[in-house]
Design a protein around this ligand. Sequence first.
Ligand code: DOR
Ligand code: ZN
Length: 420
Amino acid sequence: MIIHGKALLWDRIENVYIKIDDGWITDISKQAPTGEVIEFDKPGMVILPGMIDLHVHMRDFEQSYKEDFYTGTLSAAAGGVCIVVDMPNTRPRNNRLEVLRRREAVASSKAIVDYGLYYGVPESLDELEGYEELAVGMKIYPQDYDNPHLSDILRYNANKNILTVVHPEDPSDMSRGVRSLSSEYKAISMFREKAVKLGLRLHLTHLTSVNSIFLAQTGESNVTTDTCPHYLLLNSDQHKGIYYKVHPPLRPKDIQESLLENIKQCPLDAISTDHAPHTIDEKMGHDGKGGFPGLETALPILMTLYRRALLTLWDVARLYSYKPAAILGLDDILGTIEPGKLANLVVYDMDGEYPVDPSGFKTKAKHSPFDGMKVVGRVYCTIVRGRFVYIDGEAHVKNGYGVNIKNLLGARPKPVSTGD
Ligand code: DOR
Ligand code: ZN
């Protein structure tokens, strides 16, 4: 297969032919190679590396009414996301080896894009050994901070070089349920210290302020960070009500604006969505659930920030594809468009502006804090390992096309032929 169009090659846009064989990019050339060409050289269209979302909740199991691996990965494909990494706060919790195996079975039978699995902190050390064979990392929630085995578990992760992702909100600093920035700072400092001591690969997710991002830095590369589109664009002064509820909460306007203004200058590694679907009924009321879907709005929002000159195209690809690939240990085969890498691609059509319309979402959760916000362009199609999984609103592969990224981790870059 050969596709032709304006593609982002690292930080440059070039008009090229991308040759794809068996799912791998085997050649990139300015001249048309022989063979049938699929044409994307159209005004406004740009070919980007497929996005990688380090933080999603695919739900499933007993909460499949909120989302399942089919609808969740269809939502991903519709958002130009080729890899999602699934959180373990499922029902039942994914913190026992038997549950992890069942999670893999469900995911592999339903997913249409590739996926990674995080394992939860187990209650017993008997449930630890070997979890990394199926899971790409472990997720630590505030409720796990006082787990009596936490030190042993972190040491296990450090010794095996397993990625450890933390939700940083220290419960001891949340008086009467107020989830303040100081509880975020406290958790960041605490885990950063542990990471330095143990040499742990630590990822601090959904940070809400510039200070948090700076606080996380160690000077070494073993601590990484992400923030989410909602902390960049929404704030607790202007955006109130059930559809904005999320944990950690939206911050005041000055904190949010400073995050957006400093997004390029601060040492942020990645954007994730924290795609957290709930039914509208569950969002209602005083104790309504926190979280909302994000997979179908993230890339359009980032492309809107590009159009507003707040980000370059490379910033978009770096934060939502290249660095996430590196954090997962996949950057030798993913994250950029170049020969030798897997053909995970998204064709984005920059033409037009569309208001976000949750009624048309592929996720089961038909609501969004971005409802009505105008975004630039839309995802035209998404390619995972050389296959069109989504074109113009429709899925084009069967349930179960997606594979666990643990199966990709052993893959070496495809040798590139030279000299013809
Ligand atoms: O808002 C949130 N929703 N924060 C979390 O930590 C969990 C998530 C969920 O699973 O709904
Ligand atoms: Zn989450």
